[in-house]
Design a binder for this molecule. Structure first.
Ligand code: UD1
Ligand code: CA
Length: 470
C-alpha cells in the first residue's frame, strides 16, 4: 500500500507547571537530548512532508533549539491540546494526507511504533487511530473507552471519568493518526465544557465516532514507550527507559557493555563495533567513539572524537580529539582543544588544553600542556609543563618532532624547542632551543664533603639550648 503524505504536529506550548522548573518542560533533557528533540527526531525518520511544532511557553527557546527542523505555530494562550492543534490549521489545514499528532512530552515514542500505527491506520481506512498502552498505573492519563465490538468510541480525561471509566487500564499516549481534513473539520466542533475548561484534542475522537467514522486503537507492544513526562519522577523514569534502549541499540551494533546499569550513553553518541565499555562510562553530547576502543572504568567524555583502538580509563575529556591507537589515563584531563594524533600516550595526572600533539608523542606523568603545538615522537618527562599564562596573556609553546623534554622542565611561553632538541631535566626554558641543540638551564650543583653530619650537630645544639631556657 502506498504510504500517504504525512504531516507531523508536535504539541509543545505548555509550561509544565508540575516540573517546578525555570526550564520549559519540553526542553528538559532525557539522555542529554531535550524531550521535544526526541519527538522531532522520530518524525524526521518517518520523512514527514511537513512538521509543525506548536509553541507557546518558551517559544523562542524551543525554536532556537529546533531551528530549521520544523515550522512553528504560536499558541499564545494555552487553552488545551485541541486548541493547540488548531493553531497549525493556517499552515497545514488544507493538506490532503495523514496527520500525526504527538505530544512534546512523550520522548520514548519510537519511529518504529509510529510506522506500525500508520500502517494499521491506512490498512483499516480509519479516520483516526490512537496509540494506546495497557498499564497497571493509569493514573493521570486519559482512558480509552471501547464499545462491545472493540472499537474506540471516546477518550475520557481522568478528571472527567466516571468511577467505572477510571478502572480502565488502557490509556491514551497522546499520539494520534488522523485524516488531516477530518481532523480539522472535527476540531472546529470541540468545546471546553469539561473539568479543566480546556479544548481537548481527545474530544475529536468522540466527535468522529458520532459521525460514524472508524476509529482504531493501536496498542503499544512496549508500554514503557507511553510515558508522558509531567513531573521529575516521570522524567527519571523516562531517562531510565531511554538509557536501556540506547544501550540495547549499541549492544546490537556490536558494542560490549560490561554493566549496562552503570553505563550512561546520551542519545546522539556513536560507537564503533568491538568497542568495550566498562562500568562508570559516561558518553555525552556529540561524542563519537571508533572501533575496538576500550573505555572506562570511569570515563566522562563530552563532545569528543575518540579514534579506533583507543583506551581511556578513569579520565575526563571535553571537546577533545584522540587519534587511533592512543591511550589516555588513568586520571587524565583533556580539556577543549586537546587534539592527539595516533598512538599518543597520555598518562596519569596529565592535563592537556588547547594543544595539538603529534603521533607517537608521550606525556606519561604529572604534566600540564596548554596552548601548545607539540610535534611527533616527542617525549615529555614526568612533571614537565608549559607555562602558558602570565596573568594577562596566554602564549604559545612549540616543540618540534623527536624532541626530548626532561622531567620537571618549565617551558615558559612563548618559546620553541626545535626538532630533535634535548632539554635537560629541571630546566626552566625561556629562550628558543635550536634543532638538535641541548639546553640546560639550572643552577650548577655543589657538594660539601661531610657537611651533613656537621649540620645535624649544629641543629641539635641549638634545640638543646632553647629547651634549657624555657
Ligand atoms: C494528555 C492527554 C491525555 C493523555 C496524555 C498522555 C489531552 C486533553 N489529554 O494529557 O489523554 O493520556 O496527554 O501523555 O490531550 N500543550 C500545548 N498547549 C496546551 C496544552 C498542552 O501545547 O494548551 C502541550 C503540552 O506542552 C504537552 C502536551 O500538549 O507537551 C500534552 O499536554 P499535557 O498538559 O501534558 O496533557 P496531559 O494532561 O498529560
Ligand atoms: Ca503530559
Amino acid at each position: 500500500m502506498k504510504r500517504l503524505k504525512i504531516i507531523g504536529i508536535v504539541l509543545a506550548a505548555g509550561q509544565g507547571k508540575r516540573m517546578k522548573s525555570k526550564l520549559y518542560k519540553v526542553l528538559h533533557p532525557v539522555c542529554g537530548k531535550p524531550m521535544v528533540g526526541h519527538v522531532v527526531s522520530a518524525l524526521e525518520s518517518l520523512q514527514t512532508a511537513r512538521t509543525v511544532v506548536v509553541v507557546g511557553h518558551g517559544a523562542e527557546a524551543v525554536q532556537a533549539y529546533l531551528g530549521e527542523k520544523a515550522e512553528y505555530a504560536l499558541q499564545e494562550q494555552q487553552l488545551g491540546t485541541g486548541h493547540a492543534v488548531l493553531q497549525a490549521k493556517p499552515l497545514v489545514g488544507e493538506e490532503e494526507g495523514l496527520t500525526l499528532v504527538v505530544c512534546g512530552d512523550t520522548p520514548l515514542i519510537s519511529a518504529e511504533t509510529l510506522e506500525g500505527m500508520i500502517k494499521l491506520h491506512q490498512e483499516r481506512g480509519a479516520a483516526a487511530t490512537i496509540l494506546t498502552a495497557d498499564i497497571d498505573q493509569p493514573k493521570g492519563y486519559g482512558r480509552i473507552i471501547r464499545d462491545k465490538d472493540g472499537f474506540v468510541t471516546k477518550i475520557v480525561e481522568e478528571k472527567d471519568c466516571t468511577p467505572e471509566e477510571r478502572l480502565v487500564k488502557e490509556i491514551n499516549t497522546g499520539t494520534y493518526c488522523f485524516d488531516n481534513r477530518k481532523l480539522f473539520a472535527a476540531l472546529a466542533q470541540v468545546k471546553n465544557d469539561n473539568a479543566q475548561n480546556e479544548y481537548y484534542i481527545t474530544d475529536v475522537i468522540g466527535i468522529l465516532n458520532a459521525q460514524g467514522e472508524r476509529i482504531d486503537g493501536y496498542v503499544l507492544d512496549d508500554a514503557s514507550e507511553s510515558i508522558g513526562v509531567n513531573d521529575r519522577i516521570a522524567l527519571s523514569e523516562a531517562e531510565q527507559s531511554m538509557r536501556a534502549r540506547i544501550n540495547r541499540r549499541h549492544m546490537l551494533n556490536g558494542v560490549s557493555i560490561i554493566d549496562p546499569a552503570a553505563t550512561y550513553i546520551e542519545a546522539d553518541v556513536t560507537i564503533g563495533s568491538d568497542t568495550v565499555l566498562y562500568p562508570g562510562t559516561v558518553l555525552r553530547g556529540g561524542t563519537a567513539v571508533g572501533e575496538a576502543a576500550v573505555i572506562g572504568p570511569q570515563a566522562d567524555i563530552v563532545d569528543s572524537k575518540i579514534g579506533s583502538g583507543v583506551t581511556v580509563k578513569y579520565s575526563v575529556l571535553q571537546d577533545a580529539v584522540v587519534g587511533d591507537g592512543s591511550s589516555v589515563g588513568p586520571f587524565a584531563y583533556l580539556r577543549p582543544g586537546a587534539d592527539l594524533g595516533q598512538n599518543v600516550k597520555i598518562g596519569d595526572f596529565v592535563e592537556i588544553k588547547n594543544a595539538k600533539l603529534g603521533d607517537d608523542t608521550k606525556v606519561s606523568h604529572l604534566s600540564y600542556i596548554g596552548d601548545a603545538e607539540i610535534g611527533k615522537n616527542v617525549n615529555f618527562g614526568c612533571g614537565a609543563i608549559t607555562v602558558n599564562y602570565d596573568g594577562f596573556n596566554k602564549q604559545l609553546t612549540e616543540v618540534e618532532d623527536d624532541a626530548f623534554v626532561g622531567s620537571n622542565v618549565n617551558l615558559i611561553a612563548p618559546v620553541k624547542v626545535g626538532k630533535g632538541a634535548y632539554v635537560v631535566a629541571g630546566s626552566t626554558i625561556t629562550q628558543n632551543v635550536e634543532p638538535g641543540d641541548l639546553a640546560i638551564a639550572r643552577e650548577r650543583q655543589t657538594n660539601k664533603s661531610g657537611y651533613a653530619d656537621k649540620l645535624r650537630a649544629k641543629f641539635a645544639a641549638k634545640k638543646a639550648a632553647s629547651k634549657k631556657q624555657s
